[in-house]
Design a protein around this ligand. Structure first.
Ligand SMILES: CSC[C@H]1O[C@@H](n2cnc3c(O)ncnc32)[C@H](O)[C@@H]1O
Ligand SMILES: [Zn+2]
Length: 435
């Protein structure tokens, strides 16, 4: 790939979210090699393979740190239910019927939606058997992803072993796959679906394979109460005792955490993927992420699945996440624009333990997105762009999306995905599931 020069209004995402109004950067072999004011670059540099983004806003690609791509065909299938009823009565019975092609088209639909709305990197914790098809889609579509087989241990020990073996094999096959765009983790679903012995085996495997662990934790009050009733302690204490936090860990949700649990998470460098819209929709509660961040915990953002959200737009997540904290604390100063933006970018990189994404800066992968604001009333006055990014923009405003310097969306249309086919096939597999 050749060297390219880009110019535009760049939100670097660094430090206090620096904005370079007349900015430019160079990309070489998919990596950003220089960022600055366009006047800092030589005429030769500007003339070599110049991509003119003049007037466009250029931001780091968004990072979605918790989701289940294969559930996109279940969007709108079960609304207005609590987590446990939703899972047990509606979602798990449908998931029992899913085959490889369901996972393929459902995941393709999720990737199309995420890419078109500005997500360049996503985490997918999903099927215990059919994640290879997701790896192949990521490879073909050009996105960046952290993928893992989700493991539910409500089965015999032999079946648990089988699931763990498949998850290990997936890691061996896909870690650093797709030219380094794929990374992997081990993913026990939760402490209420995985008995301690199974969790311990997963921790051992994570240590052996040097991969992080991702799990749902403290999503509902019921989960906390049940954990105390069963194990005599709250979730963070239970998982710490099992040894989980000896491995780099990212938990999803963390809605119901007390101060002592925050200490445990902080001292063990556990990151939290906050999923505000899913938590609201399932009536799980509001995580006090202001306190979590004050405690020094890395908080990133996720959508969870389209079945509990019901879209995969990270801009909505930023805005809702920010507004909820202001309401919760009755204080408009908490979770300012800069912090909301960081949660969707650099904190996502930290949560996924990926040091080469999350900002537009030298040495990072060229994962960035653009917005054409000039004809959009809701993005005026343009001078206040940082505020608009969090408070007014939506995924539908995204113009171009680049991963490792390669365009995967141009002028709002996918370059690497057959949009019509994906939408047709996703509808077809949903009908098949319902038949
Ligand atoms: C086997 S891992 C995937 C597993 O997780 C289920 N799931 C989806 N959303 C949530 C959530 O918010 N909390 C807990 N579990 C969830 C999904 O249906 C799959 O079975
Ligand atoms: Zn989830």
């Amino acid at each position: 790939m050749e060297t390219l020069y880009y110019n535009g209004k760049i939100v670097t995402g660094e430090k206090n979210i620096q904005v370079i109004t007349d900015g430019a950067f160079i990309v070489d072999q998919g990596v950003i090699t220089r960022v600055g004011n366009s006047s800092d670059f030589s005429v030769e540099q500007k003339e070599i393979n110049s991509i003119n983004l003049m007037g466009k806003w250029v931001l780091p690609g968004l990072i979605n740190t918790h989701g289940h791509a294969g559930m996109s065909t279940l969007r709108g299938y079960a609304d207005d239910m609590s987590l446990q009823n939703w899972l047990q009565e509606k979602i798990w019975p449908m998931e029992m019927k899913m085959d490889e092609e369901t996972i393929k088209w459902s995941s393709a639909l999720a990737m199309l939606e995420m890419a078109k709305s500005g997500t360049t990197t996503f985490l997918d914790m999903y099927h215990p058997f059919y994640m290879d098809v997701v790896g192949s889609l990521v490879e073909d579509f050009g996105m960046r992803a952290t993928l893992m087989n989700g493991m539910i241990g409500l089965c015999s020990e032999e079946e648990q072993k089988g699931k763990l073996e498949l998850a290990k094999r997936f890691i061996e096959t896909w870690q650093d796959g797709a030219d380094g765009r794929i990374s992997t983790m081990l993913a026990p679903h939760s402490l209420y679906t995985c008995p301690p012995k199974f969790l311990e085996a997963i921790v051992d495997a994570a240590n052996m394979l040097h991969v992080p662990i991702h799990t749902h934790m403290s999503e509902t009050e019921k989960e906390v109460h049940d954990c105390i009733a069963t194990y005599g302690k709250r979730p963070a204490f239970h998982l710490e005792e099992i040894g989980m936090f000896s491995v780099p860990t990212l938990i999803a949700h963390g809605v119901h955490l007390n101060k002592d649990e925050l200490d445990i998470l902080y001292y063990n460098d556990v990151a939290i993927s906050h999923n505000p819209i899913s938590n609201l929709k399932l009536g799980s509660g509001i995580a006090d992420i202001t306190s979590y961040m004050k405690r020094g915990i890395v908080v990133s953002l996720g959508t969870d699945s389209a079945a509990s959200n019901n879209n995969l737009d990270m801009f909505e997540e930023m805005r809702t996440g920010s507004l909820l904290q202001k309401g919760l604390h009755q204080d408009p100063e908490v979770l300012p624009v800069e912090d909301a933006f960081k949660m969707a970018t650099i904190n996502g990189a930290k949560a996924l333990r990926k040091s080469r994404i999350g900002t537009i800066s030298t040495g990072k992968n060229a994962d960035f997105i653009t917005i054409e604001a000039k004809n959009k009333p809701h993005l005026q006055p343009e001078e206040n762009m940082l505020s608009h990014i969090v408070n007014s923009l939506s995924g539908k405003d995204i113009c171009d999306v680049y991963v490792s310097g390669n365009p995967i969306v141009k002028q709002g249309a996918s370059v690497t995905m057959d949009e019509e086919k994906i939408i047709y096939e996703a509808n077809r597999v949903f009908k098949k599931l319902c038949s």
